[in-house]
Design a protein around this ligand. Structure first.
Ligand code: GLU
Length: 303
């Protein structure tokens, strides 16, 4: 057993499809090849989109695929206090501020001065200004909902020269796992939301926290999340978390060239099973995609 620990971290917002199977198998096989550990984590902070039946189906589908993972499975919805404490540390450091704006207001503000918006992986990014304390207090007292945004200006001030020097380590998916260092450029995300109005945390904060807590040495996930590594590196630096190595796999696409999404019912593992496929066929189906060129680098999206 080496010190290698990786994970598959699906969100139970739909049935797993062939692309998820590829992601899960990449992580599982990597752990096996390294003689390391494979964890399953349920990323279910979005209570409006996550459903218990999808979570049950995840266990079922992964078992069918022949995967084995350690117990207990970490379910993020059971650890919101942890993410709150991580947020408090950012608050104590003066690194976050309350943002009361609606999504529409944020979009309008970006559109009114597009030349000022950094163009990040999530599109033109928002940079705000904290409200004066008295006005902020009034809005809080009125019960107006707010998100917490990470102030890139405050982060830059806190980290000094280290902010611009931040980098993250990637290694290739396939052996010999050649390593590269990339500049992080978290500034391109603008003042990213680290705690959503509805969830009290964000995917970014919860995932970075859990990867550190679970001792993940290798984050293996889709190329759609490659740009997020730079932001995750910043959060690790701010919170004093150890830096993992990242590996990214390509994304499977359908005949229309678009990456599979949860709406693509015909490639869910449930459908494939129902159509008579055996678990052993899944590797061949993925391989067929790769040979057709339907395995591409993705663009960042939160879907
Ligand atoms: N929960 C994320 C997703 O389903 C995975 C994030 C990650 O691996 O860091 O896309």
């Amino acid at each position: 057993m080496t010190g290698f620990i990786t994970r598959f971290a699906p969100s139970p917002t739909g049935r797993l499809h062939l692309g998820h199977a590829y992601a899960a198998l990449c992580a599982f096989e990597a752990a096996r090849a390294a003689g390391g550990r494979f964890l399953l984590r349920i990323e279910d902070i979005d209570t409006t989109r996550c459903k218990p039946e999808y979570e049950t189906a995840i266990y079922d589908d992964l078992e069918w695929l022949g995967l084995e993972w350690e117990q207990p499975v970490r379910r993020q919805s059971e650890h919101l206090d942890d993410y709150h404490r991580a947020l408090e540390r950012l608050q104590d450091g003066g690194l976050v501020y309350r943002c009361f704006k609606t999504r529409k207001e944020v979009m309008a503000e970006i559109a009114s001065a597009p030349h000022l918006a950094p163009h990040g992986p999530e599109g033109p990014a928002f940079t705000g200004t904290p409200l004066p304390v008295s006005r902020e207090r009034r809005l809080v007292d009125e019960g107006r909902p707010y998100a917490w945004r990470l102030s890139m200006a405050a982060c830059r001030e806190r980290l000094g020269a280290a902010f611009d020097a931040l980098s993250w380590r990637e290694e290739s998916l396939q052996p010999p796992h050649t390593q590269h260092r990339h500049r992080a450029r978290p500034d391109l995300f603008g003042d990213v939301v680290v705690a959503r109005k509805d969830a009290g945390t964000s995917y970014h904060l919860a995932a970075v926290h859990d990867d550190a807590l679970q001792g993940i040495t290798h984050v293996i996930r889709g190329a759609d999340l490659r740009p997020a590594a730079g932001l995750h590196r910043l959060l690790q630096a701010l919170l004093g978390y150890r830096e993992p190595v990242y590996r990214h796999h390509g994304l499977l696409t359908g005949a229309d060239g678009r990456r599979y999404a949860k709406r693509d019912q015909s490639v869910t593992l449930g459908h494939l099973r129902g159509a008579g496929h055996q678990a052993g066929d899944i590797g061949a189906l993925i391989q067929a995609h790769a040979e057709r060129g339907d395995l591409v680098e993705g663009h960042y999206s939160n879907d």
